[in-house]
Design a protein around this ligand. Structure first.
Ligand code: HEM
Length: 258
């Protein structure tokens, strides 16, 4: 709670500074939120803006960034995956339309497998049973709190043979139901940012992979680490940029941690 207060203070300072020097031409998200008006012509209060920013930073940014770090790890840990992705991207020509990129089947399979093997959130939000409910032969009384475990579902051998292996092909070979593949939770509390997150992941991957040659600094498998509620790569994913694609390798590669 102490840390939350510190984050609130930082966000409120940013909001008040930006309110004073509002640049209506800017298209960043805070400017858009500051300019937003409801049906009665009212803007958002500082508290409402702060809460929106908390959602975007924690629910939106941290989750997608973590998923991307995992995606970069798997794609380069198994270079044949990078090769297949590049082949698929090459079919789109020099300046691919984002709407075409997000429909690429192998790209979709890689992003789905990334979210299957280490779902960024291991657990969906807890649910309270309002009436008796029977799940797999077990009946739960009203009032009981049930927490769906995304990780355990995604590692069921009967649904995902060799569940510890990163195999995007499984998503090309069959369609998984909302009860089998649930990286964004489900039903009426399903993640509101799911479509946006997939869009974001695919475009970031396509842009970086098409332009840069990257290699992992360390060859050994990366361990998972709990970062608050997320399941993140321990210590980040260190990568070296060895050059621009289709260009001569740079002499002094730069190391980046994603
Ligand atoms: C890869 C990225 C993401 C993952 C894996 C993810 C995962 C999840 C999961 C598992 C839940 C709980 C759903 C449930 O209990 O059924 C959730 C809820 C939520 N997510 Fe995401 N999320 C991601 C990106 C985003 C983005 C980009 C936004 C917003 C821009 C966002 C906003 C939210 C919000 C507001 C909720 C709460 C919804 C509610 O309680 O009604 N998430 N997310």
């Amino acid at each position: 709670m102490k840390e939350r207060e510190e984050i609130y203070e930082l966000l409120c300072a940013e909001i008040s500074e930006r309110r004073q020097k509002l640049d209506t031409e800017s298209s960043d998200i805070l400017t858009m939120l500051l300019l937003a008006r409801d049906e009665a012509g009212e803007g958002m209060s500082d508290i409402e803006l702060r809460d929106e920013l908390m959602t975007l930073l924690l629910a939106g940014h941290e989750t997608t960034a973590t998923a991307l770090a995992w995606a970069f790890y798997w794609i380069h840990h198994q270079p044949e995956i990078c090769h297949k992705l590049l082949q698929e991207l090459a079919t789109l020509g020099d300046a691919p339309d984002p709407m075409t990129v997000i429909k690429l089947p192998y790209m979709n399979a890689v992003c789905s497998e990334t979210l299957r093997i280490y779902p960024v959130l291991e657990l969906a939000s807890p649910r309270e049973a309002k009436s008796p409910i029977t799940i797999m032969g077990q009946t739960y009384p009203p009032g009981i709190i049930l927490t769906p475990c995304i990780y355990l579902t995604h590692h069921r051998e009967d649904l995902y043979p060799e569940p510890k292996k990163f195999k995007p092909e499984r998503f090309l070979e069959r369609q998984y139901s909302a009860y089998e593949f649930l990286p964004f939770g489900g039903s009426n509390r399903r993640c509101i940012g799911a479509a946006f997150a997939m869009f974001d992941m695919k475009l970031v991957l396509a842009t970086i992979l098409r332009n840069y040659n990257l290699v992992l600094v360390e060859k050994q498998p990366i361990k998972t680490e709990r970062r608050a509620v997320t399941l993140a790569p321990a210590g980040g994913v260190k990568m070296v940029m060895t050059g621009k694609r289709m260009q001569v390798e740079t002499k002094s590669p730069s190391v980046a941690t994603v």
